[in-house]
Design a protein around this ligand. Sequence first.
Ligand SMILES: NC(=O)c1ccc[n+]([C@@H]2O[C@H](COP(=O)([O-])OP(=O)(O)OC[C@H]3O[C@@H](n4cnc5c(N)ncnc54)[C@H](OP(=O)(O)O)[C@@H]3O)[C@@H](O)[C@H]2O)c1
Length: 248
Amino acid sequence: MKLLEGKVAIITGASRGIGKGIAEIFAKNGANVAFTYSSSAASAQELENELNALGIKAKGYQSNAADFGEAQKLVDDVLADFGTVDILINNAGITKDNLLMRMSEEDFDKVIEINLKSVFNMTKAVQRTMLKNRAGSIINMSSVVGVKGNAGQANYAASKAGMIGFTKSIALELGSRNIRCNAIAPGFIETEMTAKLNEEVVKGWREAIPLKRGGTPDDVANACVFLASDMSAYITGQVLNVDGGMLT
Ligand SMILES: NC(=O)c1ccc[n+]([C@@H]2O[C@H](COP(=O)([O-])OP(=O)(O)OC[C@H]3O[C@@H](n4cnc5c(N)ncnc54)[C@H](OP(=O)(O)O)[C@@H]3O)[C@@H](O)[C@H]2O)c1
């Protein structure tokens, strides 16, 4: 029996990077996968085909997680296509880094809307179904930066710290209905998002990590399988650092 056999998962932002890794590992563990993307239609179609070939049901939806109405419509569409929702992974996120001195109001608002408000939008949208099922696992993709802060990322760190407060509040609110909510705080995971960074800086980061390497999307995806599955049935309101020991 696979760990996520027959469960329906919504994963936001899975056309590439960590979200794509989660979608692949979830499908291999037997989950049916509804995933979203913002604009990468071709990669999303490719992923949908790849996942369906694994013998589960998978479908990609273009949906802006920052838009309340679109999040509602997405969940309605997923319910029509898949019948229910057991797992929500709020993974979609962006960076717009700058020192505070140079950070525009627009870049602050955009990061908060896409990274944090999206979590409110999506959690609201799945809540009714999970309450009805008296079961659910919600996983919010925060960051070590949300735990520790980072110069040049005040907007991003604020959004990721906000996700942790939201996670703990939802764990408290919905625990009595057997709905669990946890956050993952990845450290340095090598994806397109991090490929934009300066190679010298990246080398320094790898050396400073106790496990001496950047993480992979699979490292994060495996932690998601645990938190989504019944293996973690008594775990809620937690932040799991997946960071090679970076914050230790
Ligand atoms: N990489 C790291 O080191 C690291 C560390 C800590 C935390 N994280 C967090 O992990 C998550 C994934 O990061 P990543 O590195 O995999 O990022 P990525 O490679 O840049 O991928 C971001 C994904 O989010 C989607 N997306 C962007 N805006 C969206 C929106 N408004 N609505 C729906 N989907 C949207 C993108 O879709 P399109 O392809 O269509 O644009 C893409 O699928 C993020 O929340 C990030 O903050 C990453």
